[in-house]
Design a protein around this ligand. Structure first.
Ligand SMILES: [Zn+2]
Length: 446
């Protein structure tokens, strides 16, 4: 450790072996050792003594809609990555839609990278998109370094990103399986949605009835069937319906390569408490009942659900109208995800190690970044969040770094204050003060 440039010391460091008092040495942005707390500090190293604050690996959020370029008034790389940094997130993977252009060709990817590179406060990677007409673009996008491909099985909400029917899904998935890529899927079945009562208006109960669980369950079953037939890798995005969990457990037991994520809002907010007209709570699939939420937590605990990601999908405030049918669907929660999940996890008897596993270790693995991200261990990037887990704060939208300060979490008191965030050994935010952007653009490791 004689060449360490930076040493971080805390009585509570979350390592793959558990939480312990430790000294973490960093050289050239990489963790070089995790040593006993009392280890000698080289005279040349900078010491960051964190006291009893918890040192955890920076979070890896694989589901963020940055919307840049094209709908930059909704969000953008500058604001999204600052918000993420403020919330302890050090890597995000951007979704291919809501930006213009969408990330559906290599040319489009290059446009997005050119916009992002000097605005990224944290590391940023990109998902590609699978559309009905871009099968020929999938392998070039894979070769250009996207982390996988997103597809919708029902309308996406934007015209330039059409969904796949089952035949189109089969074609795209066969192509992606050919290079052992990953397809990540918004799984709601369009026929079940069309058959559900569509009343519109401000009542949350009507909105919930318009996006029934069986729409998710049917789409999940179909996706599992295709993955099984093609021996393809698939990932179910933002699972909300707990009724789909038995299907997923059975598929896994059979060896189908399917992973699953859920989101902070499904784990911390319930349908019963959404006020009518409050479309800041609108997302698809929807926030469901408290009893459904209990089963999602049980599935996280038993490993059926692998990970927790934000699905941060903001818009301008004027699109969040009181009519649930026409309001923009998307929850804005990037900066608050760690605290929101930790608050509920803690109440339910889970540990911070669990939260780290769901929001950093497993998401890094999903993206294939687990050699560099997702753990405090030698050889990994020195990406950290420093958390005061027992401190609370009340969410004031004015304190958010998101471009649009509309959030379903307004007024909630949350546990877990992020004191500082570190990217490859540099402190990028501390007590609300940011450095200039130091993030890099990531490609899928080969
Ligand atoms: Zn999304």
């Amino acid at each position: 450790m004689s060449d360490a440039e930076l040493v971080l010391r805390s009585t509570r460091v979350i390592t793959p072996e558990g939480t312990r008092a430790a000294t973490v040495t960093v050289s050239a942005g990489t963790i070089t050792a995790v040593l006993p707390y009392g280890a000698a500090i080289p005279a040349t190293a900078r010491l960051a003594d964190l006291g009893d604050h918890v040192l955890l690996p920076g979070l890896v959020d694989t589901h963020v809609h940055v919307n840049d370029p094209g709908r930059t008034e909704w969000e953008g790389f500058w604001t999204a990555t600052r918000a993420a940094a403020a919330g302890g997130i050090t890597t995000l993977i951007d979704m291919p839609l809501n930006s213009l252009p969408p990330t559906t060709t290599v040319d489009h990817l290059r446009i997005k990278q050119a916009v992002a590179w000097d605005k990224a406060h944290i590391d940023v990677g990109f998902w590609g998109g699978a559309l009905p007409d871009n099968v020929k673009d999938l392998r070039p996008l894979h070769d250009a370094g996207v982390f996988g491909f997103k597809a919708f099985l029902s309308p996406s909400g934007v015209d330039e990103f059409p969904h796949l029917d089952q035949d189109q899904l089969a074609r795209s998935l066969a192509e992606i399986a050919g290079f052992d890529g990953l397809l990540i899927v918004h799984a709601e079945d369009p026929h079940h949605l069309a058959a559900a009562p569509q009343h519109g208006g401000p009542r949350y109960a009507d909105f919930l009835a318009s996006r029934p669980r069986d729409a998710e369950d049917t789409a999940v079953a179909a996706l599992i069937g295709q993955a099984r037939r093609l021996d393809a890798r698939v990932h179910i995005l933002h699972l909300s319906s707990s009724d789909a969990l038995p299907l997923i457990r059975a598929a896994r037991a059979d060896g189908v390569r399917v992973t699953v994520e859920t989101c902070p809002h499904y784990l911390t907010l319930t349908a019963e408490e959404v006020p009518d007209g409050a479309s800041e709570f609108k997302c698809c699939p929807p926030i469901r009942e408290a009893a459904n939420q209990d089963l999602l937590w049980a599935a996280l605990a038993d490993g059926t659900i692998d990970c927790v990601v934000t699905d941060h999908s903001p818009s301008t405030a004027d699109l969040k109208t009181a009519d649930f049918a026409t309001a923009w669907g998307g929850i804005s929660g990037l900066q608050l995800s760690l605290s929101a999940v930790w608050t509920e996890a803690r109440r339910r008897g889970h540990t911070l190690e669990d939260v780290v596993r769901w929001m950093s270790t497993r998401t890094a693995a999903l993206a294939g970044l687990d050699a560099r991200k997702g753990a405090i261990a030698p050889g990994r990037d020195a990406d950290f969040a420093v958390l005061a887990p027992d401190e609370t704060f009340t969410v004031d939208p004015a304190g958010l770094q998101h471009r649009n300060r509309v959030t379903a979490y307004a007024g909630r008191t949350l546990y877990g204050v992020v004191k500082s965030t570190w990217l490859r050994g540099e402190r990028i935010v501390a007590d609300g003060a940011f450095t200039e952007p130091k993030g890099t653009l990531l490609g899928r490791p080969r």
